[in-house]
Design a protein around this ligand. Structure first.
Ligand code: G
Ligand code: G
Ligand code: MN
Ligand code: NA
Length: 256
């Protein structure tokens, strides 16, 4: 309850912020996107982890205003980067959407108005959904995904392989990218089971015409192996930790 009150206040007072973790094309090393990750520094200076405050936001309903803020903030940031660089800054921004948020809010109109407010094309956004979003009401989620696709956005399945992998939905839904969960990537070079799972996800994605992003890449050897296996994109501490907005912008400006 204490955290809920503090979180409500932080959202109302504009004390939340987004950090941005780069996503690169594994074949070329080019920066192609950033995943936006919410951060909350409490009044006493403590950094709260989203692993702690997102569940509180979901249970309390605060995920609705928090989620709307994240979408608007991501659009505002992208528009600012474009303006400073005098055109399309060349990176997409990915925003995480939680399953509860999709149940409680009309996300497609929220995304549409955030894009419109900043004159952004839908193709500049990726929405990351988890498999758990599909469990309770798959038909409704399918409708939401199609509405998001109609806006021109990219849809990524986050944490792929860790949820209820009902493979029947994969082919029915407009999913563009599978994000291979970090738990399969970390240590895969010395673990036959992990590398077998990664290969299976890559060939499944290829068969279904989807792209792939490997999470949690911490070494060059992992990046090279994943590139050789045909994984499209990579994300992880090898490239950068989640960056404050000014550091993310600096990376973008330097690479252009
Ligand atoms: O850095 P990391 O600790 O940033 O994130 C931990 C988890 O919190 C990840 O699973 C991530 O998807 C989730 N998360 C981070 N930011 C957001 C957000 O804005 N919305 C939602 N729904 N989840 C987020
Ligand atoms: O579930 P989601 O993919 O949205 O979570 C992203 C989380 O993974 C964030 O907490 C982020 O800080 C963390 N993360 C990103 N890259 C790495 C990495 O290379 N190693 C580790 N250990 N964590 C990472
Ligand atoms: Mn994510
Ligand atoms: Na993930």
């Amino acid at each position: 309850f204490g955290m809920e009150t503090a979180l409500r206040r932080a959202i109302e007072r504009g004390q939340m912020r987004l950090t941005y973790q780069p996503i690169v094309d594994l074949a070329t090393g080019q920066l192609v996107a950033f995943e936006s990750l919410a951060r909350w520094r409490g009044e006493d200076g403590t950094e709260h982890s989203p692993n702690d405050f997102i569940p509180v936001a979901e249970e309390s309903g605060l995920i609705v205003p928090l989620g709307r803020w994240a979408i608007q903030e991501a659009a505002a940031t992208l528009a600012e980067w474009d303006a400073r660089l005098g055109g399309d800054c060349g990176a997409k921004l990915a925003v995480n959407l939680s399953a509860i948020q999709l149940q409680r809010d009309a996300i497609a109109p929220v995304v549409q108005s955030a894009l419109a407010a900043h004159g952004l094309d839908g193709s500049r956004f990726t929405l990351e959904l988890t498999e758990s979003a599909l469990v309770t009401d798959p038909d409704r989620i399918a409708g939401i995904m199609h509405a998001l696709k109609d806006l021109g956005t990219t849809i990524a399945m986050d944490d792929f392989g860790t949820g209820y992998s009902n493979l029947a939905y994969l082919q029915k839904l407009p999913i563009d990218v599978l994000k291979i969960d970090r738990s399969f990537v970390t240590g895969m070079l010395s673990d036959r089971d992990k590398i077998a799972i990664v290969r299976a996800i890559l060939s499944l994605a290829q068969a279904l015409g989807m792209q792939t992003t490997a999470e949690g890449i911490e070494t060059n050897e992992l990046a090279q192996t994943l590139a050789a296996l045909g994984c499209t994109y990579g994300q992880g501490y090898l490239y950068a930790r989640p960056l404050e907005a000014d550091a993310a912008y600096a990376m973008l400006a330097e690479r252009l």
